[in-house]
Design a protein around this ligand. Structure first.
Ligand code: SAH
Length: 352
């Protein structure tokens, strides 16, 4: 396949298997040029607040799943969340992201209240990432002013999805229905997958990429699967795919997926994820930003809770305060010749 031509499933698989450095340079350059044309040079900062690590689910990859009895559980108060949101505004971020395990202690009313207060007091865009919640919850939070919702589908292989999500009747098709429903409710919708989950094949990953297009996602987050030793996947209890088929959970594979995502979904907001920075603290985030990404999600969670939100081990920047984090990041972005995004940084349709 030549640069500039549309990509079908076979081309995607070929790119995912590509190892020739010159060809990969072409891929990075094309993704970077597409990023510049469609979403510009601004890098949007979304302040991440990990509001609770309680969770009812048993996701086989996630360190805070309900079976982990070792981790101390916390849930931030409304006041604590508000304080983080004020800090986000002072630091010049356009958005706060409230993320948590699937925690029904975060009640419909409490979340709606906190969203309303954040909107009233700070005017920031609010993104929620609270798992699979009821239609009433999602409607109420939207009415309270929430702008966006993130819910990764994790993999488009139904069988693999069922294997890594053993609890509850939750099926992959439910997640796709929910993503469409979120759009009907007027949310900007984000999703994504992990890269290199044991059992994930190149063909599946190509399907994942095509699903991004079909779902017409506004935001797409992809990151490497990072083994957590307290989980079934981390303990090696679930089977990998055959050698030549298994996708590796590497930095390089993640860049390929970021770049291909940008080519397939040119207008989407694509973060250079913390999971990527975890694999390469020195330059993972920057490389992501030069290979298709245009968003970074600095962590605003109070330091005393941050280590407890251990979805995977060794998370980048776990001890930095929000202030240190923003200075480090802004410096990096400006040195790359990019600018910090202004405003809420929502999806802009139909440019370029
Ligand atoms: N409870 C919410 C938020 C989950 S955390 C939800 O289910 O949507 C956000 C994302 O982190 C998950 O969607 C998953 O893709 C990623 N994640 C979780 N555990 C991980 C691990 N061990 N390695 C890499 N990414 C992981």
């Amino acid at each position: 396949m030549r640069p500039g031509e549309p990509m079908d499933r076979r081309d995607l698989i070929e790119w995912l298997r590509e190892s020739d450095e010159a060809r990969l340079e072409e891929l990075w350059a094309r993704a970077d040029a597409t990023r510049r044309v469609h979403v510009g040079d601004e890098v949007h900062l979304r302040g991440l607040i990990e509001v609770s690590n309680h969770c009812v689910r048993r996701c086989a990859y996630c360190g805070i799943n309900v079976s982990n009895s070792e981790v101390k559980r916390y849930r931030m108060s409304a006041e604590e969340i508000l304080a983080c949101a004020r800090q986000a505004r002072e630091l010049g971020y356009g958005t706060v992201v409230l993320q948590a395990g699937e925690d029904y202690g975060l009640t419909r009313g409490a979340v709606a209240d906190v969203v309303r207060r954040i909107k009233d007091e700070t005017g920031l865009a609010v993104t929620l990432s609270l798992g699979e919640r009821s239609d009433e919850d999602l409607r109420s939070w939207r009415a309270a002013g929430a702008d966006r919702y993130l819910l990764r589908f994790e993999t488009s292989d139904q069988e693999l999805y069922a294997r890594i999500h053993p609890s509850l009747p939750g099926r992959l098709s439910d997640r796709f229905v929910l993503l469409r429903r979120l759009r009907e409710l007027g949310y900007e919708v984000g999703s994504g997958v992990m890269i290199g989950i044991p059992g994930q094949t190149y063909a599946t990953l190509a399907d994942d990429l095509q699903s991004f297009v079909e779902l017409d996602l506004d935001m797409i987050g992809v990151g490497p699967w990072l083994p957590h030793p307290v989980t079934p996947l981390g303990r090696g209890e679930l089977p990998p795919a055959a050698d030549s088929e298994q996708v590796p959970n590497t930095e390089l594979m993640t860049y390929k997926v970021v770049a291909l995502t940008r080519l397939l979904c040119p207008e989407a907001n694509i973060p250079s994820t913390t999971a990527l920075a975890t694999l390469n603290l020195a330059s993972g985030r920057e490389l992501g930003l030069t290979r298709g990404a245009n968003v970074v999600m600095p962590n605003l969670t109070p330091v005393e809770y941050r280590a407890l939100y251990e979805i995977y081990p060794g998370k980048a920047c776990i001890r930095e305060t929000a202030n240190e984090c923003v200075h480090c990041l802004s410096g990096r972005i400006v040195r790359m010749g990019r600018q910090i995004g202004r405003g809420s940084g929502g999806r802009r349709r139909g440019r370029g």
